[in-house]
Design a binder for this molecule. Sequence first.
Ligand code: 5GP
Length: 205
Amino acid sequence: MARGILVVVSGFSGAGKGTLMKRLLEKYDDYALSISVTTRPPREGEQDGREYFFRTHEEFERLIREDALIEYAQYVGNYYGTPQAYVEEQLGSGRDVILEIEIQGALKVKEKLADTLLLFVTPPSAQELKKRLEIRGTETPESVRSRLARANEEAQGILSYDYLLVNDDLETCVDVMHHVIQSEHHRMQRNHGSVQKIVQELKAL
Ligand code: 5GP
């Protein structure tokens, strides 16, 4: 069976990635979403093991020492990282796996695993981003400022991604994401096995 595709989705905090992922998984049965480990405290309504595995700094550093993470990065004062075991297991069973991670981590994953598909999600405008962060109501004014400052830094890296997804209308964006990933399965580079097979079959005719 063909290995699944590792898909990294990044985007400014407030771009609506969380909602987008949730809707994608509801609508299409094709994907496994990796749950990250973080040292940031849970937001109202978040559950350990659902949005994140919430861990202490010491616990996180142990995971780093044990080499249990594919990548990790610091974001606005906290650690975030991707557990390796789940991702490997799902890819091995042929499922596409989605990592919703920030840009430093995304680039590290691409370095390690070159056939990773990198998608970047933006809101339609910077004004809209600020508005979404403010109305989310879970961030302090200080955190909104840090996240916007971080968005300015992250904007420098967008061109390293393979595809840009503008999240204006949610349903449209979900469908575009699904189609981009599904198209990726047909990339010639990912189909050397099938090509070889047909070449051999033709020779044998
Ligand atoms: P939030 O605190 O808003 O949940 O996440 C902050 C940022 O951390 C987001 O850009 C999110 O994509 C990123 N993030 C979440 N999990 C991981 C991870 O495992 N690794 C990395 N590098 N970034 C992550």
